[in-house]
Design a protein around this ligand. Structure first.
Ligand code: PAF
Length: 296
């Protein structure tokens, strides 16, 4: 397939190199205007990809968007006139709320959403490390996207394991809940994910989870407190030594994904008239942290 990766950060570069090694024709669309970019996955050979090539964009069978949620609109807007109506457009990022906008702009295209637990890290511009083996769930967002089940095989061949999930909405909500619980707290306290297993966070994590369950149930997501709490604590333990993406963003004073994580939850809570004071406090705290950088 002709695959274009929009946003070759750590996760985008991981998929670019894996698709290339699986035999696909891969091109990149990064922020720099260089016509070529090179990437090396772990110890594999360095490979060169075309960058910002309009013809590659026009000929893409699949555009995989791996920019952060808050960058989706500004990254895709200038490319819209060049995207073929047959091109499958796939979103892969933390948080929710961008697919609705994408569909309003590309209503004729198949739109697919993916969520992944693979860990990747780019120590340099060219080098990408696959730091944690995870899995990926993919599903259709619109009717045409729902017919793209074949992507499971394509992606599974490149970077297993991949499951086509007809109920991707539910998977995205579960991932959102995990991010609502882990990301703001680790960012505020500048701690590792595993530190949240300490006694000092247990009642707060429970309160956050109760609020999440109430909103998710109203959104028709089947879950309960015990199930969601167990899932969150499993991720806390499985990624104990990691810093969350939001902790890293705050550490480097980069804009965080809070609007598309806790912000999305708060919007849904408002719609259903549910009180979510603990999540609201975390949201306010993160916004204050971000605000303090612009005031400096
Ligand atoms: O955003 C992140 O860092 C990850 O989604 C997760 C699951 C919280 C692990 O660090």
């Amino acid at each position: 397939m002709n695959i274009l990766i929009l946003g070759p950060g750590a996760v985008g570069s991981l998929w670019a190199t894996k698709f290339q090694l699986a035999g696909h024709h891969v091109s990149l669309w990064g922020r720099t205007s260089e016509s070529e970019l090179s990437l090396q996955l772990d110890d594999a050979p360095l490979t060169t990809y075309s960058n910002q090539s309009i013809s590659s964009l026009q000929e893409a069978d699949l555009i995989l968007i791996t920019v952060k949620a808050w960058q989706v609109e500004s990254a895709i807007e200038p490319l819209l006139p060049h995207i073929n109506a047959d091109t499958i457009v796939m979103l892969m990022h933390n948080g929710m709320g961008t697919a609705e906008w994408l569909e309003s702009k590309l209503s004729d295209n198949p739109i697919v959403i993916a969520t992944t637990t693979h860990g990747a890290y780019k120590p340099t511009k060219q080098h990408v490390l696959h730091t944690g083996h995870g899995y990926t769930q993919v599903g259709g967002f619109n009717a045409k996207g729902a017919k793209c089940e074949f992507l499971q095989d394509v992606m599974n061949h490149a970077l297993p394991s991949v499951n086509w999930n007809p109920n991707i909405h539910s998977a995205l909500w579960t991932k959102l809940a995990i991010n609502c619980a882990i990301n703001p707290l680790t960012a505020i306290h500048q701690c590792k994910n595993g530190d949240l297993a300490a006694e000092q966070y247990s009642s707060l994590l429970e309160a956050i989870t109760h609020e999440l369950v109430e909103v998710m149930n109203k959104e028709a997501i089947v879950t309960d407190f015990d199930t969601l709490h167990r899932t969150i604590m499993q991720v806390v333990n499985a990624t104990a030594a990691n810093y969350s993406s939001m902790r890293q963003d705050v550490f480097h004073k980069r804009r965080t994904e809070i609007d598309f994580i806790t912000g999305y939850l708060l919007q849904a809570a408002k719609k259903h008239q549910i009180n979510t004071p603990e999540n609201a406090k975390l949201y306010q705290c993160l916004k204050q942290i971000e605000q303090s950088w612009t005031e400096q």
